[in-house]
Design a protein around this ligand. Structure first.
Ligand SMILES: Cc1ncc(COP(=O)(O)O)c(C=O)c1O
Length: 399
């Protein structure tokens, strides 16, 4: 008789330990801290002035409509909700919305879009290298590794001066070979908040074309920086000039529906026919991974964008989130010249000029939780905790 015994060469019991995902570990630490005034600026969700992450009013209404009117939960197919992608198209692509060389499909969040996009790129060219500016969102390198592509890291940000190391970025991209991939943050750079200026985007586009690179733009925070159109400047400038562009998009932040996992992947190639072929691969890969994306969140976003009144109300709620991010930035920036740069950065994240030891002290002494790197979520706390946070940070910076 065949039995599973310890003699098997490799089994589940032989699995090596997994390195902790530091941001997920931080969530656990915050939850375990009993101090009532703890501040969690580690996790990447928007919090309003009361310190909550509410469901948008417009989303609540769309969900109610969905509940009242949905007649079936039959399968939709690997594209998910096609109308959702159509409605999103002009918001993301602007003047490129009518370009039939660009096709998009619904994905499980921005993360699903990134994985799917990289899987496609690895299928097309398993030898491609991925140019990654550091620091970056901690999930970027593992996704690149998971699809078997080689990551080539370059320094994107100079922490001391709080500036982009643009010359290093350009030099790194210039060393790329045709077919290599440039992973770029569309806006609201996570973790630094340091976005490329319009002139810098133009220069990056020039090098991408010169070297024959394929850009993959990760845009997870459209509307959180300067505005929906302004935040899409990089995406659209790349589309103006490049035949091959991949865009991984997320609605999880700008519709505040994080756990519902709403995103999309967009592919542009040099011809409508080759985009169709690329999309056939995308569908096949999606089938192998999740078969079909979850419906509820995208169906609710679809309802909001389809209805003129709901859409207008979403824009107001989105602007309120953006205004809060930018006004909290100004308050923090005004506290000390050493952190004034925070007022010139965008999105939910920036990095404080703190050592790991100072970050750990803030945790133990002040119950303030941020990533070891000093990355913090500017809207991670309500107004009631902001003064204490600012005082603690300025105190930690010393004289
Ligand atoms: C830069 C960046 N890309 C992608 C994502 C993924 O977003 P989602 O939650 O939609 O998967 C995030 C989420 O934090 C992010 O910060």
């Amino acid at each position: 008789m065949l039995t599973q015994t310890h003699e098997r060469a490799r089994g589940l019991a032989d699995l090596p330990p997994v390195l902790n995902d530091s941001l997920i570990a931080l969530i656990g630490m915050v939850a375990a801290d009993p101090r009532p005034d703890k501040i969690d600026v580690g996790v990447g969700v928007f919090r309003d002035c009361a310190g909550n992450t509410p469901i948008l009013k417009v989303m609540k209404e769309a969900e109610q409509r969905l509940l009242d009117t949905q007649k079936t939960k039959a399968y939709l197919g690997s594209s998910g909700d096609k109308r959702f992608a159509e409605l999103l198209r002009p918001i993301l692509l602007g003047p490129h919305a009518s370009d039939d060389r660009i096709i998009g499909l619904q994905t499980p969040g921005g993360c699903g879009a990134l994985r799917l996009g990289f899987e496609l790129l690895a299928t097309a060219n398993p030898k491609a290298r991925v140019f990654l500016g550091t620091p970056t969102w901690p999930n970027h390198p593992p996704i690149v590794r998971a699809v078997g592509l080689e990551a080539f890291e370059y320094a994107y940000y100079e922490r001391g001066q709080a500036i982009i190391r643009f010359e290093d970025m350009i030099a790194a991209l210039q060393s790329g070979e045709p077919g290599d991939i440039a992973l770029l943050h569309g806006c609201c750079h996570n973790p630094t908040g340091a976005d490329l200026s319009e002139d810098q985007w133009r220069e990056v586009v020039r090098v991408v074309i010169e070297r024959g690179l394929t850009p993959l733009i990760d845009i997870a925070y459209q509307g959180f920086g300067r505005g929906l159109d302004e935040d899409a400047f990089g995406v659209r400038t790349m589309l103006d000039a490049c035949d091959e562009v991949i865009i991984a998009q997320s609605c999880d932040k700008n519709f505040s529906c994080y756990r519902d996992r709403v995103g999309s992947l967009w592919i542009k190639t040099g011809s409508a026919d080759s985009t169709k072929t690329a999309m056939a691969h995308v569908h096949q890969i999606a089938r192998e991974m999740w078969s079909m994306p979850p419906d509820h969140g995208a169906a609710s976003v679809h309802i909001i964008l389809e209805d003129e009144e709901l859409r207008a109300r979403w824009l107001v709620e989105l602007a309120a989130m953006r205004d809060r991010i930018n006004s909290v930035r100004q308050r923090i920036a005004a506290a000390d010249p050493r952190i004034a740069y925070i007022g010139r950065q965008y999105g939910m994240f920036s990095m404080l000029p703190l050592s790991k030891e100072q970050v750990l002290n803030l945790r133990s002494e002040e119950a303030i939780y941020m990533a070891d790197s000093g990355r913090f979520n500017v809207v991670g706390m309500g107004d009631g905790q902001l003064d204490r946070f600012i005082a603690a940070v300025v105190g930690a910076l010393g004289d």
